[in-house]
Design a protein around this ligand. Structure first.
Ligand SMILES: [Zn+2]
Ligand SMILES: [Zn+2]
Length: 111
């Protein structure tokens, strides 16, 4: 089996688990052979992020950090969620206060 990138015949060829092609020891990593599986993966992540979905910073199992860009994008999307949470908390506390007042007035504590 020859490496798909440099054509070198290796005695210990590696098969990429993402694209299924064969590579030598120096081209075995997806980053070093322009892996099609990696490109699909990246496209999927970009698509999910565009739809506002939470995308993990780390790839499953590999523990490899994504690029700085994706980390920043993920942080930004978290920031956007803040006002929603604050609004929700506000509504909950107003509703709780309202319900308490209503109960008290119902049993005649507050006229
Ligand atoms: Zn190679
Ligand atoms: Zn590959």
């Amino acid at each position: 089996m020859n490496c798909e990138v440099c054509g070198e015949a290796d005695s210990m060829p590696y098969t990429c688990s993402r694209c299924g092609e064969t590579y030598c020891v120096s081209h075995r990593l997806p980053e070093y052979h322009e892996c099609t599986g990696l490109a699909v993966d990246k496209a999927n992540r970009e698509m999910l992020r565009a739809e506002g979905e939470e995308v993990p910073w780390f790839e499953k199992g590999s523990g490899k950090a994504l690029t700085e860009d994706s980390a920043t994008a993920s942080r930004n999307s978290k920031m956007d969620l803040w006002p929603d949470k604050i609004l929700l908390l506000l509504i909950i506390s107003i509703a709780t206060l309202g319900a308490g007042y209503f109960t008290l007035s119902l049993i005649g504590v507050i006229q």
